[in-house]
Write a protein that binds this ligand. Structure first.
Ligand code: ADQ
Length: 457
């Protein structure tokens, strides 16, 4: 079995199975993948230095070797806060209006990708497979090829790939896409992204696009396919048996005092559709005033990317909206919304999800959205809650038994909330069983195995 080298912007040190503490989706997904293949996980340490040294820091944790480099402050400004999070993230989430472009961002992005290639290159043995992750590192494969790496190199994008008409708004879009054709395999979360990517290659590059999702350009062929990411299902369920999970469920139930709990769990990000969701709740409370006292909405939203102005703005907007909804409808002993700006461990999240009658997942765009899957997996099979899911999350292609909604329609969201709260047990069980089956069988192991198999083919 060839060794696997995983590359992502940040490296998250794998934790022991069932260990306490919060871990992001990517960390959970890749930790298990690496353990099996004696892998190396390479990326940025998260540290900033005055000048770039290129020094490698190698460590071994839980059977996984991590190798990290520090970046200099200018790199972090231009590559991470700049091109990745102010240019690509908004554009790839269909927010052309929020996408900013400065030539310094583009230069910083190319410089850091070169630095990654220069530091990583010497660690790669000829038989290794390399798996590059996400929008921070799209040109990395191409930079490695320039250094002479002939390995199998694959790329997986965790966020949506935008339609051609949006992508062409990006200066030098062609250069970016061309670098991607140096991979052997490109994976997306959903078929819609695959179609958009192939459409771009066909129309903008006049590349040859095969029925089987291959793109041939300039004598090279790259395979393109959807690999929907899943949960580390067993690990997540195990977490649900811990004291932390049980206590949290109890805490939620006793403090909600027989009200129907609606839960939202999202990084504080404009792609997650939070202002629209708050407005829909306001509308639900206005349409059904007798429900105000019978319902409790809990939104958990830890701040992220606070160095980027759009993220500061969305935080202010939500504080204002939550304050207004509560101000207008609270009683001395009751608030309709609990708005919490912190993260919780996966075990605690399990307990929170399980206590909720409705899971509200309404991004305006999302690559996949693992919260939707976690909410379903955490339910009591005998009395499951209802998932209300945006049709614009990648997860909607798989989770067709959720109540699928258009997050731009307050009316639709408000009605879906009512329908979810009132849904009879039989229907809840029937929907849950189908959803759970999909989530259990298309778990993170399958995602990893499918991708690695396609890459080695
Ligand atoms: P994210 O945008 O971060 O990830 P998501 O998939 O919803 O979105 O969440 C990833 C993980 O973060 C989940 O395991 C979740 O439990 C955790 N998380 C989210 N909010 C949390 C909170 N308030 N407290 C604690 N944990 C929280 C990107 C893409 C997604 C894609 C993932 C994985 O944007 O579309 O699903 O990568 O590919």
């Amino acid at each position: 079995m060839s060794r696997l080298i995983v590359v992502s912007n940040r490296v998250s040190v794998p934790k022991a199975r069932g260990a306490a503490g919060s871990q992001g989706g990517l960390a959970v997904a890749l930790g298990s993948a690496l353990k099996e293949r004696r892998g190396i996980w390479f990326g940025w340490s998260g540290k900033e230095t005055d000048t770039f040294t290129g020094d490698l820091n190698m460590q071994k944790n839980e059977g996984v070797t991590t190798a990290t480099i520090d970046l200099e402050s200018q790199d972090v400004d231009e590559y991470y806060n700049g091109y990745a999070n102010r240019t690509l993230w908004p554009l790839f989430h269909y927010r052309v209006d929020l996408a900013e472009y400065e030539s310094g961002f583009g230069k910083g992005y190319e410089r850091v990708n070169q630095r990654f290639a220069d530091s990583l290159g010497p660690l790669i043995d000829p038989e290794d497979m390399v798996w590059v992750h996400d929008y921070h590192l799209m040109p990395l494969g191409s930079r490695l090829r320039e250094r002479g790496n002939k390995n199998r190199i694959g790329f997986f994008l965790h966020i949506p790939w935008p339609p051609r008409n949006l992508l062409v708004a990006l200066p030098f879009h062609e250069r970016l896409v061309l670098t991607m054709l140096d991979y052997d395999l490109i994976g997306f979360q959903d078929e819609e992204s695959v179609d958009s990517f192939l459409g771009y290659c066909r129309k903008e590059l006049q590349a040859e696009v095969g029925e089987d999702g291959t793109v041939t350009y300039d004598g090279r062929t790259v395979k393109v396919a959807a690999f929907p990411i899943g949960l580390d299902y067993e690990e997540f369920l195990e977490g649900g048996t811990t004291g932390d999970a049980r206590q949290m469920e109890q805490r939620m139930r006793s403090s909600s005092r027989h009200r129907k709990v609606i839960i939202g769990v999202d990084r504080l990000d404009y792609s997650k559709g939070l202002p629209e969701r708050f407005d829909a709740l306001g509308r639900f409370f206005d349409t059904y005033p007798d429900r105000v006292k019978q319902t409790l909405y809990v939104q958990i939203a830890p701040p992220s990317r606070q160095d980027v102005a759009t993220y500061q703005r969305i935080r202010n907007t939500l504080e204002q909206k939550a304050g207004q909804i509560n101000g207008e409808r609270s009683e001395v002993d009751m608030v309709p919304i609990r708005y919490v700006n912190r993260g919780y461990s996966r075990q605690e999240l399990f307990g929170i999800y399980r206590s909720a009658h409705v899971g509200l997942v309404t991004p305006l765009r999302d690559g996949m959205n693992l919260v939707a899957k976690e909410y379903v997996a955490a339910q009591d099979p005998e009395d499951p809650g209802v998932l209300v899911l945006s049709r614009f999350a990648g997860a909607a292609e798989q989770l067709t038994d959720a109540l699928l909604i258009n997050p731009h329609s307050m009316e639709e969201m408000s009605e879906a909330i009512r329908e979810a709260i009132d849904m009879p047990l039989d229907e809840r069980k029937a929907r849950w069983e189908k959803l759970n089956e999909v989530i259990k069988t298309t778990n993170v192991e399958k995602w990893r195995a499918d991708f690695v198999e396609a890459l080695s083919a």
